[in-house]
Design a protein around this ligand. Structure first.
Ligand code: HEC
Ligand code: HEC
Length: 324
């Protein structure tokens, strides 16, 4: 996740030593122009897009206003898509701003074509050709099918426009040069096969960004052999939470958790969607998007569970709410 930002700092020095500033500054990335598409605005596509935005890919997680005083930081509906500037305490390499992605013409993306939006989401190129900082998970969304990304854009086109001027992302040297190589074309992506439980589960795990939070990192780089093994710590203000081990390891992961228990682990939070979530405390503080993911149907959770059973078990004790 955002800790990955540190990677670019470390890489920077090595790359500079090898390549020198001249090469980096002269290299001009050759991104494909945005496709000419106009998404279908039907009730079905908009509904599917809303599901991807608010539940499965949790775009809300970074682009919407959240209520930090409540469990799992629910979205403030009036602030959906208005964007926000990450606080400098997070140690990001510069000023990082998840932009206003509402259809406001001046301060949002209302003047963008549908093709511009799809290119930004799957390929990491802003409308003006600027490479996006890969904290925006476009490297995962690159796998989003044409059908899904078009549905997503259809929904985004229906968001109420919110006027919210934000500064542009300004990354420090040398990260600003290094990320020029991160965007990559992704065109003509077929639908994942819903009838293959494992393929579908893998697709959902990719869209849900599970590995981004559940894989421990060092200096911003995912630790080899620790995929989904938990132990990544997140500090927000006075609160701290550590991601859980969700590999099938029986002792430290979810190896002993049956499928029904797994589904219930998510669906138990449906009560908060109805009654409102409780206040944030040190014991319940979490960044796991429980309020979004509680809405995933049992069938999809079952596919996610099936896929997670196939990742290598890793013995890695991860205490989610350390007491000391
Ligand atoms: C982990 C946080 C995170 C998540 C989740 C996320 N984004 Fe982003 N997004 C960002 C950041 C940060 C930027 C700005 C990057 C930059 O300016 O270099 C960004 C940029 C964008 C842009 C380009 C804005 C511009 O003005 O160039 C679009 C469009 C966008 N995101 C859409 C989405 C959509 C749609 C989703 C869900 C499918 C999503 N994002 C999920 C963090 C996130
Ligand atoms: C933004 C970060 C984030 C994302 C994205 C995320 N998680 Fe989590 N997850 C956490 C944290 C932190 C915890 C530990 C605290 C808690 O239980 O709320 C956790 C806990 C869990 C648990 C509970 C494990 C247990 O033993 O009780 C499960 C299961 C889980 N996550 C599955 C997933 C799956 C599947 C995905 C992707 C679809 C996912 N998570 C995406 C941060 C995240």
């Amino acid at each position: 996740m955002w800790k990955r930002a540190l990677l670019y700092g470390g890489l920077g020095l090595a790359a500079l030593a090898c390549a020198g500033f001249g090469y980096l500054s002269l290299r001009s990335p050759n991104y494909l122009p945005a496709e000419t598409v106009q998404v279908r605005m039907t009730p079905e596509t908009i509904k599917r897009g809303e599901y991807i935005f608010t539940v499965m890919a949790d775009c809300d997680g970074c682009h919407s206003e959240r209520d930090l005083s409540k469990f799992s930081l629910p979205v403030v509906p009036r602030g959906r898509g208005k964007g926000w500037q990450f606080p400098s305490e997070l140690g990001l390499p510069g000023q990082v701003v998840a932009g206003n992605i509402t259809p406001d013409v001046e301060t949002g993306i209302g003047a963008w074509t549908d093709g511009d939006k799809i290119r930004a989401i799957r390929e990491g190129v802003s409308r003006n050709g600027r490479p996006l900082f890969p904290m925006m998970p476009y490297q995962a969304y690159a796998k989003m099918s044409d059908t899904d990304v078009q549905a997503l854009v259809a929904y985004m086109n229906t968001l109420p426009a919110i006027r919210n001027p934000l500064p542009e992302t300004k990354l420090n040297f040398p990260v600003n040069y290094l990320i020029a190589g991160s965007p990559a074309p992704s065109r003509n992506v077929a639908n994942a096969d819903r009838n293959s439980k494992l393929e579908w589960g893998k697709y959902l795990v990719t869209m849900g960004g599970c590995a981004g939070c559940h894989t421990p990192e060092e200096k911003g780089e995912r630790l080899p052999g620790k995929l989904l093994a938990g132990g990544a710590a997140f500090t927000v203000g006075k609160y701290k939470v550590v991601s859980a081990n969700i590999t099938p390891d029986p002792d430290t992961g979810i190896g002993k958790m049956g499928e029904a228990e797994f589904v219930e682990r998510f669906h138990q939070y449906r009560k908060y969607l109805q009654d409102g979530p409780p206040a944030t405390t040190a014991e319940n503080f979490t960044l796991m998007p429980w309020l979004s993911f509680a809405q995933i149907p049992a069938e999809d959770l079952s596919a996610i569970y099936a896929y997670l059973r196939t990742v290598p078990p890793v013995n890695n004790p991860a205490e989610t709410h350390p007491t000391k």
